[in-house]
Write a protein that binds this ligand. Sequence first.
Ligand code: HEC
Length: 152
Amino acid sequence: MEKRTLTGVVLVAVAALFGGAAFAQFAKTEDAVKYRQSAMFLVGQHFTRVGAVVKGEAPHEKDVFANNTALVDTLIKLPWDAFMVTGSDKGSSMKPEALAQKDKFMALAKANQTEVGKLAALARGGDLNAVKAQFGETSKSCKACHDPYRSK
Ligand code: HEC
């Protein structure tokens, strides 16, 4: 009986440690900030390359273009747990409101991933005109989060 109780306590403790708690993924709060800023930096780099083609400032090489949108599509899935770490607004460009309004923030993140997914699918199709409109929609959904939750 006593042994069973102890096993139960250990299991609960293990579950608490590994039960999908975002805090456990980063050794330090600064690591979470570094992680999301790095991911966002890469997203920005590849999104800007896509934008240059959309604006006619760079040639439309279909494979390179599709690859850049595919990279944005992959990279934009990375940073969201890293945004939700308690105290990580300090020393970053994330406003404290993001942590106070986690559900709203994550809904904007999800909406953005949907737009990026559509963009990547259209880019694979190779019809640049179809991509152009979707690039605008995608940029808007990046901005929809930056406006309330990112400081300059
Ligand atoms: C749900 C919110 C949200 C969405 C959606 C979002 N961002 Fe961000 N982004 C942020 C926040 C908050 C920061 C500031 C992060 C920090 O300083 O820790 C940031 C930072 C950045 C940075 C600066 C990274 C650096 O070097 O520190 C770039 C570039 C960027 N985002 C590009 C984009 C692009 C492009 C998209 C759309 C494809 C996008 N973001 C979508 C919230 C978002």
